[in-house]
Design a protein around this ligand. Sequence first.
Ligand code: FAD
Length: 500
Amino acid sequence: MIETFYDIFIVGGGINGCGIARDAVGRGYSVALAEMNDLASGTSSWSTKLIHGGLRYLEHYEFRLVREALMEREVLWAAAPHIIQPMRFVLPHHAGMRPAWLLRLGLFLYDHIGGRKKLPATKVLDLRTDAAGEPLKPQFAKAFEYSDCWVNDARLVVLNARDAADRGARIMTHAKVVSARRISGGWQIGVEKDGQIEMVRARLLVNAAGPWVDAFINQALGENGKKVRLVQGSHIVVRKKFNHERAYFFQNDDGRIFFAIPYEGDLTLIGTTDHDWTGDPAKVAISDEEIDYLCAGASEYFREPVQKLDIVWTYSGVRPLYDDGASKAQEATRDYVLKTETAGGGAPLINIFGGKITTYRRLAESVLVEIAKTIGAKAKPWTAGVALPGGDFAVDGFDQLAGEILFQWPFLGAAHATRLARLYGTKAKEILAGTKDAAGLGMLFGADLYEAEVRWLMRREWAQSADDVLWRRTKLGLRLSVEQAATLDAWMKAQTVPVS
Ligand code: FAD
């Protein structure tokens, strides 16, 4: 059998792998990507979900990273205004912690080094009169309010994969790369899917395996890689702690910071933690100590304490950071590091360490520079200013889009129309096309999840199981019962819906 030959083969369907696939195929390279589970099933769906400069990285003098990340906020917001929204962050001044002048200096830099155009500037709040002070203890009298953005992280990954596929990339899910060896003129790669091994060839291999980056070097390539530092971060989701749309940036007495963010309408997301992780990245889970730490930290600020009883969901992920030898996990660099190897003139391998959701597009551009150096250049950078699927509307056009959807499909009701617009942007109209009433949407699985949406997710977004739909393409896992999720899973397993 003749093996398919690609210019570039990418291991890993997280934000970095999918971002590179999109950029590379758009420049004219032939591209294939293999993800061993579902898209975004690794670290990329377990983040704090911020498109942010990272105010605290200024303390570690990571000016390059902060500047690049700040500049990306408005670029990404414009490309995907359905899944990315500006958010204001309230940073209360705490007498025992960083002095006000230091916060003011950090926020001055934050406002000025990152090419901010549309996001509003920092301002000072009087918490005794501002609504942001209401849920907080009375000793917090003053705060700074600054801008960053919020992102639906898992959907950002899938939209990059979808766009890459629309431009001609081959995206394989539930496909594990089990071997890779250099042959004359490139790589021979073994991909295991459904118990079968498919052999493919590529001129260049990109290792975007996230927390498994070293494991891939060790297992598939038979080399000795030890460059990643795995750092666990966990979040708790609790019943809503406040009634406004701003988030809080809190400082803890150990010098760390954490966020309390409005989440899914009636919930608050609190996190994160920072601990070295030495086990299997797939087995990471929140510990009792982390739960106590987050509850205690938030209770230092909120009038009404945050208790274990309030918790409705938790999640944990592993940051695949470059091991720069920092002593504390929280001090390890969040910047990305690319290591290109050619084994003395052989086929190139690009290993990716670290990075943020925020900087994935710039990381992809840097990888494309390495690709051009090794296998030759194609087109110029193009992704800034090009909308992701469903994001082809103005950054201030969300209410209009949700209104149009409700006007055309009034039987949905406002909440359902808004949910679809928020997740799918203009593509929501594709899901609803041809329907005239709720019956036209097919079977109802629970909450407002109908067959039409699930079928579309199977056909267009590689969804194969209830988990894919309920926890990554949507967050309806928070709304459906265990029985409803099982019914959905069984129904999906019984369907044959090819991805197209
Ligand atoms: P992953 O998303 O893990 O993707 C790697 C993929 O490779 C996985 O899906 C895995 O299944 C696949 N894979 C591995 N081996 C193989 C193989 N052999 N064959 C096929 N597939 C394979 N960043 C921000 O910008 N903002 C934030 O607010 C933020 N908060 C964070 C909070 C926490 C707690 C954590 C942990 C991270 C946070 N980050 C944040 C960082 C960000 O989430 C990560 O840097 C980013 O998701 C890493 O993406 P990735 O593609 O490198 O890795």
